[in-house]
Design a protein around this ligand. Structure first.
Ligand code: ZN
Length: 305
């Protein structure tokens, strides 16, 4: 089966190294109520530089998980894909309760599913640029609210209708087990689901529970040391790899602020390839296993089922 990129359906083979959970262009500045507009990423020269660094590292695919209410910009993603010869996969869905547009509280699960299906089958925001992933579908810290549960239900309906995969947001790594229960209640084939921000989850028993279900998990906040140090993430990852879960883990940095960009003194998207992958290799992780996490697993996860 194909993947669905902003420039159309493609064979998964076009994907080289892939970042599985990123934002290129989005705007959460209104939500976070910051005067400095740090929580806003734009299609500008600093992004161009970041992407050129990634391409030099052999990364040609970005999974963009900004969705409705997060300042998603389909046209900008299409332009970026063409300008940099980058594979970009865009997302549909709704993020979490504190970010939902007002209508999410009012509409039924069926109506929300219809919006997602339209984004996947017809195009996003009045364009013919299609979403290729249902993401990032989130829960709040230590809680799945009633409305969040409705959005999960809608995401499952849209998945069943379109075959698009689903990627979730676990706030600071929490609520994975409860999200899993929602998917299992509706008999979702867990190979189509990836749980986000699991590198922030210090409960390894829960990580293992998610992996045992057949789902993917993401170590996708690499470089965000304020939540958890990369060194702790490496140790955690080594244990999971040691248990043989290399076919179900994917990696990313989840860049969400201007201050994360290299030009502004941040670690940048390329931190994954520049620092984290070398740290894994120093710890004895083979090229073959790194290739699974960066290339093979994303190809299999993102192919429509
Ligand atoms: Zn997230």
């Amino acid at each position: 089966m194909n993947i669905q990129t902003v420039t159309g359906k493609l064979s998964p083979e076009v994907m080289l190294k892939t970042m599985i959970h990123e934002h290129l262009v989005f705007d959460l500045s209104g939500v976070r109520k910051e005067k400095d507009k740090d929580s806003m990423l734009e299609n500008d020269s600093s992004l161009d530089q970041e992407i050129e660094m990634l391409k030099n590292s052999g990364c040609n695919t970005i999974v963009e998980v900004s969705n409705i209410g997060m300042g998603r910009d389909a046209g900008a993603l299409y332009d970026i894909a063409n300008k940099h010869d980058l594979v970009v996969i865009a997302s549909t869905g709704f993020y979490k309760e504190s970010v939902y547009p007002a209508f999410v509280f009012e509409k039924s699960a069926e109506e929300l599913a219809d919006i997602m299906i339209r984004d996947i089958c017809e195009g996003m925001d009045g364009t013919d640029i299609k979403a290729g992933l249902i993401a990032e579908i989130g829960s709040s810290l230590n809680e799945i609210t009633k409305t969040e549960e409705k959005v999960f239900k809608a995401a499952i309906m849209a998945h069943n209708r379109t075959g698009a995969p689903i990627s979730t947001h676990c706030e600071i790594g929490t609520m994975g087990k409860e999200q899993l229960a929602l998917f299992q209640k509706d008999n979702v084939v867990m190979k189509s689901v990836s749980f986000g921000h699991q590198d922030l989850n210090e409960d390894m028993e829960e990580q293992l529970l998610l992996l045992q279900s057949g789902a993917y998990i993401q170590f996708d906040t690499i470089g965000k040391n304020s939540y958890r140090e990369d060194s702790a993430k490496v140790k955690n990852l080594l244990v999971l790899l040691d248990k043989g879960y290399e076919n179900q883990i994917m990696l990313s940095c989840d860049i969400t602020r201007k201050s994360h960009l290299k030009q502004n003194g941040g670690h940048g998207y390329n931190h994954l390839f520049e620092n984290f992958i070398p740290a894994l290799m120093e710890s004895g992780v083979s090229n073959e296993i790194i290739d699974k996490m960066l290339v093979q697993n994303p190809r299999e996860f993102l192919a429509f089922k």
